[in-house]
Design a protein around this ligand. Structure first.
Ligand code: NAG
Ligand code: NAG
Ligand code: NAG
Ligand code: NAG
Ligand code: NAG
Length: 659
């Protein structure tokens, strides 16, 4: 009873603020479905605002689909009762079935003339096998809604006419804040804008994805400014043609860059322009990025990069005609400088053919090393603080980690995604900046699946080639900008079973072993029997020597050129702690009524004991006004907001009583 009173009081205390929650994140899943959420200590609070008076549903799934979909479904019925149900779909075709453990908690719900609004929370890990854990990984979010409600409380959902969709999202590490919560701050800072937009790129007639690279120069400012935020500006109607936009800092020859400013120069020597570090990135579904209040990226007329390249990736699968695009990125900057200058550090594998990914393999691991010598020479004793990262591979990437080793001991990864989606890339903000000390050793580790490929994939910048990069935003800014590595030639040869090349011969030819003598290296690569040699290849590439490549803003770091170093010693590799999941005892005997995996999809008799028990037992029952803001059609009485809130309290009390 104590708990009941306690939660009741707590809720009453917070009720005054309930409607004006400051949401940390928002995403327009489709034009009629807005999702708001705030990741908290142990729970995530969600709110759905959907333009329908039928049911609404939100779900989570992994890209491999193995675990099915975890769904929460809710609606406000004709009697003003709110229903919220934890269900799951075992496979794509099936009707969502009720979970025996109900792990979503209703906080608030109502309908007005047009919309259904439901606010609810759940734990990151509900300890229910039917629910997906919410983690730092890319989550595939599924939404669905319908003009109608289910006929009975636990029944099937009306099938035809449901609107549904899915897309990847960072639920925990999203980089943008909702507009409402940043408005005041922006006004205070009197932000100026730097628009980096495309100029009427013609998309008619493109069959294959189109990549356009536009070169720009920083705005004409007389003193240092800080970029504190960026967002996409999409030409109305063009969302479907845009795949991603990436803004790179260019560190190549200024004269060469100046000559191509404001053009789409198709440069042959792209590598020499050194546009490698990712300054800003947008891909479908992302809403931009807000810097933390203590840092901003400098635009400085006297220092640092002055040239940038906006790379836009277009698709036009339907071959629509007469389409052109002028979308781009809007950067917000201010002369009210923040405490720290932010910098960008890129860690990974140098884009080079020596990065080899054999075909037909479910899992190929490649690593880029940022060695201790590089961080020792460039990072001050007080360290640097990484506050955001974006991971970058091309189509084959499936997992990415940024590992950190200090004194031969591995710390928890700075960032990790085991459900990485190469088509969804944006800066993810770490909940708390990760400190990197001088002498720390960093590894960008990428895991690829090459099952779809019949031929080998090599490292490079083209779409079919592969890459493994993690760009990180950090402060305070230091000179180090690239920290890469490249397998040594020795490692590459050994991984291909070659002992010696014939000196001074083109094309490059093998001398030893004898059975390969006079075969060209290219032929060896093309004809290698990966199915029997893959394990050896993987072991040799991961343990062989490599060449570190560290660059500062002024060029390669002295004393790290022409080194060939062995794989680092890691005495204590990091192991994911296995947190035992303590499932709360079931709050009621619902599981018996809804014995898992049995067909509960069939409509139940609404008057049966079973159905009543189901309702009594937590499929969240509460009487709430149908309207929060005035009279509603079809509702007998229009009660004001406060009623809805009081009844939300009632819900929690009922919930607590069952604990
Ligand atoms: C999906 O579920 C339905 C109903 O449970 C079943 O008949 C069907 O075989 C399943 N499909 C797959 C691909 O597992
Ligand atoms: C109903 O609520 C939604 C979500 O809060 C809001 O966007 C919409 O304007 C409201 N509609 C009316 C008619 O009040
Ligand atoms: C996300 O990563 C951070 C830092 O590694 C960790 O502390 C946190 O628990 C993770 N969050 C979730 C929901 O897994
Ligand atoms: C390889 O080529 C060299 C020079 O052309 C020749 O002397 C040698 O016999 C060849 N070896 C084999 C195994 O074909
Ligand atoms: C609920 O389950 C518990 C434990 O399984 C059992 O002891 C109790 O009798 C059940 N209650 C009802 C009403 O079935």
């Amino acid at each position: 009873m104590k708990t009941v009173i306690a939660s009741c009081l707590l809720l009453l205390l917070s009720v005054s603020g309930v409607l004006s929650v400051e949401w940390k994140h928002s995403a327009i899943l489709d034009n009629n479905f807005l999702l708001l959420w705030t990741p908290d200590e142990t729970d995530v609070l969600f709110e759905i605002q959907a333009k329908t008076l039928g049911y609404v549903s939100l779900g989570f799934t992994k890209d491999d689909g193995e675990l099915g979909t975890d769904m929460v479904i809710g609606w406000v019925d004709n009697n003003g009762q709110i229903h919220l149900q934890d269900r799951h779909v075992k496979n794509a075709s099936g009707d969502p079935q009720m979970d025996s453990s109900q792990d979503y908690y209703l906080q608030l719900g109502y309908e007005n003339k047009t919309h259904t609004v439901l606010r609810f929370s759940r734990q990151y890990d509900t300890c229910d096998l039917r629910d997906l854990k919410i983690t730092n990984d890319t989550m595939r979010v599924v939404w669905q809604y319908h003009v109608e409600e289910p006929v009975s409380v636990t029944g099937r959902l009306p099938e035809h006419g449901a609107v549904r969709g899915s897309r990847p999202l960072y639920l925990v590490q999203g980089g943008a804040q909702t507009k409402q919560s940043t408005r005041n701050q922006e006004a205070e800072e009197s932000l100026k804008t730097w628009d980096i937009f495309n100029q009427q790129v013609s998309l008619s007639d493109i069959k294959d994805p189109l990549l356009r690279r536009r070169f720009v120069k920083i705005p004409n400012v007389d003193r240092k400014q800080h970029v504190v935020k960026y967002e996409p500006v999409i030409q109305p109607g063009n969302h479907k043609y845009l795949h991603h936009m990436t803004l790179y800092e260019c560190r190549g020859d200024p004269a060469e860059l100046e000559a191509i400013v404001n053009t789409y120069a198709s440069v042959s020597n792209l590598l020499s322009l050194q546009c490698n570090t990712i300054a800003a990135i947008w891909s479908v579904g992302s809403e931009g990025f807000n810097y933390p209040p203590e840092a901003g990226s400098p635009i400085d007329p006297h220092y640092g990069p002055h040239y940038y390249m906006l790379e836009t990736h277009y698709t036009n699968p339907q071959m629509d005609l007469f389409i052109s695009d002028s979308s781009g990125l809007r950067l917000y900057y201010t002369d009210r400088l923040r405490i720290h200058d932010a910098g960008i550090l890129s860690i990974g594998i140098d884009p080079n053919w020596r990065h080899i990914i054999p075909p037909g393999q479910p899992e190929v691991i490649s690593e880029g090393h940022c060695i201790s010598d590089c961080t020792r020479e460039t990072i001050p004793n007080s360290g640097i603080n990484i506050f955001a990262v974006t991971m970058h591979t091309h189509q084959l990437g499936r997992k990415v980690r940024l590992r950190q080793i200090r004194h031969k001991e591995e710390l928890p990864p700075i960032a990790s995604d085991t459900n990485y989606d190469p088509s969804y890339q944006e800066y993810r903000k770490l909940q708390k900046p990760a400190r990197v000390n001088p002498g720390d050793y960093l590894i960008a580790e990428c895991t690829y699946s090459s099952e779809s490929r019949h031929t080998m994939t090599l490292g490079g910048q083209a779409t079919r080639e592969e890459t493994c990069l993690v760009s990180s935003l950090y402060y305070p800014r230091i000179e180090l900008s690239l920290c890469y590595s490249l397998p040594s030639l020795r490692t590459v040869l050994e991984s291909l079973g070659i002992q010696k090349l014939t000196p001074g011969v083109t094309p490059v030819t093998i001398q030893k072993p004898a059975n390969l003598a006079n075969m060209t290296l290219e032929n060896r690569l093309l004809s290698y029997d990966w199915s029997t040699n893959f394990q050896t290849f993987q072991r040799v590439t991961r343990r062989g020597t490599f060449k570190p490549l560290c660059s500062t803003n002024k060029g390669p770091l002295k004393d790290t050129e022409n080194l060939e170093v062995p794989y680092p010693t890691i005495l204590a590799p990091f192991e994911e702690p296995s947190v035992p999941c303590s499932k709360k005892p079931l709050r009621n005997n619902l599981s018996i009524l809804l014995s898992e995996d049995e067909d509960i999809g069939a409509p139940m008799d609404p008057d049966s004991d079973e159905t009543n028990a189901v309702e009594r037992g937590q499929l969240v029952r509460s009487k709430v006004s149908r309207s929060s803001d005035g009279p509603t059609a079809g509702s007998s009485s229009a009660r004001p907001v406060s009623v809805a809130l009081m009844l939300a309290v009632a819900t929690v009390v009922v919930g607590a009583a069952f604990r």
